[in-house]
Design a protein around this ligand. Structure first.
Ligand SMILES: Nc1ncnc2c1ncn2[C@@H]1O[C@H](COP(=O)(O)OP(=O)(O)OP(=O)(O)O)[C@@H](O)[C@H]1O
Length: 360
């Protein structure tokens, strides 16, 4: 395996290095290699993608051909890199890993493509962040296994055609909608990765616990799963923090109570909200009666940048149905009041009435 670049995901999640951030930090990268499932059979969840991919790969193997190009879309930490490695393993092929931001010039891509072996899997993470000229070179490479390398500049520039061995491109993106249609259309198979259910995350946690040689009760795994925001990377990270607590404060055995207390220490609540998420909700409920309130005002109230509130805290709060973004501003849902143990103000004068000042 050859790692050209593994860094860079560029979301505010990374900057904040939160325990519940979905992007990989340094420690994650070190441990993840040991926890990654190695075959489709070991890969938990994502039934539909797994089943479809299984057919694509088996058919290619039976034909003795290179598998079609695969596009994987979905949020960070859901297993796109893992799946690309599995694709290579199932095809008995080597894998090369790089990312869109690492390919700024068409020449960077030409260098990678021209050094691929026949049948090799090229994993291109964050494919939507590749430069335009590189993207155009990729079109031809994907379709005809050929690139034109431009030598020289201006009127004297010449295109030297370069034949490539057949390869499988596995592109990953958090935003399939940002991909230009000509690029999207060149993938033979597109798999959309969903957030994991609690039951699936419990299986991920039990599997990781076994690999890390940890003793964990079933209800402890379910406690951690419930706080993992539908994301295996977060589940594995929370498991490691709970393990630390169990080693220092208990006898190493992870019970439900140990898990709950440990995650309380790290300020990850029963629903997976962290300190920032709760600060945003609390300000919305206690200072603004549940809204509507403008994003800038809300950000000032919690002492954070607008972007941090909008891109780090809000997506999960919206996904959880705790906060709604409306044209008039941010509004808390009844579930937000319940989650923070507060009582919503009685509507003054029926539906659409002014929200009360005090939320309980
Ligand atoms: N289906 C799964 N079953 C078991 N473990 C999983 C699964 N999916 C992901 N993981 C674990 O979660 C971690 C993160 O997975 P991975 O790096 O593949 O995510 P990703 O989608 O590529 O993230 P990013 O977009 O940030 O690169 C890995 O340690 C992997 O072991």
């Amino acid at each position: 395996m050859n790692w050209d670049d593994t860094s860079e995901t560029g979301t505010p999640d990374d900057a904040a290095e939160r325990l519940v951030g979905a992007s990989a930090d340094g420690e994650d990268q070190a441990v993840e290699a040991a926890l990654r499932p190695k075959s489709l059979g070991e890969f938990v969840g994502q039934e539909r993608v797994r089943e479809q991919l299984d057919l694509v790969l088996k058919a290619a193997l039976a034909r003795g051909a290179t598998a079609d190009h695969v596009l994987l879309s979905g949020a960070p930490g859901l297993g796109k890199t893992t799946l690309s490695m599995i694709i290579a393993a199932e095809m008995n092929a080597p894998i090369r890993i790089t990312s869109g931001p690492a390919i700024q010039h068409a020449g960077d891509l030409a260098a990678i493509l021209s050094s691929l072996q026949e049948g090799e899997v090229l994993f291109l993470d964050e494919i939507h962040r590749m430069s335009r000229p590189a993207e155009e070179m990729l079109y031809m490479a994907m379709e005809d296994f050929r690139v034109d390398v431009i030598v020289g500049k201006g009127p004297g520039a010449t295109a030297i055609p370069l034949e490539l061995p057949p390869f499988t491109l596995v592109g990953a993106t958090t935003r399939a909608g940002l991909l230009p249609p000509p690029l999207r259309d060149r993938f033979g198979f597109t798999g959309h990765m969903e957030f994991y259910t609690s039951t699936e995350l419990e299986r991920v946690i039990h599997r990781s616990a076994q690999l890390l040689d940890l003793e964990i009760d079933a209800d402890a795994a379910s406690e951690i799963a419930g706080r993992s925001r539908g994301t295996p990377r977060i589940a594995n990270r929370l498991l490691r923090r709970v393990r630390d607590y169990a080693q220092v404060k208990a006898d190493g055995h992870i019970t439900r109570e140990v898990a709950a207390v440990a995650l309380g220490v790290y300020e990850v609540d029963a629903r997976g909200l962290d300190r920032l998420d709760r600060a945003v909700l609390q300000a919305l409920l206690k200072l603004f009666g549940g809204g509507p309130v403008g994003l800038s005002t809300l950000a000032v109230a919690v002492g954070e940048e607008r972007e941090t509130v909008e891109e780090v805290a809000e997506p999960f709060l919206v996904r959880e149905g705790l906060l709604a973004r409306t044209p008039r501003g941010r509004v808390a849902t009844p579930a937000a009041w319940t989650h923070l143990g507060l009582v919503p103000p009685a509507p003054a004068g029926g539906a659409g009435g002014q929200a009360g000042l005090f939320g309980g």
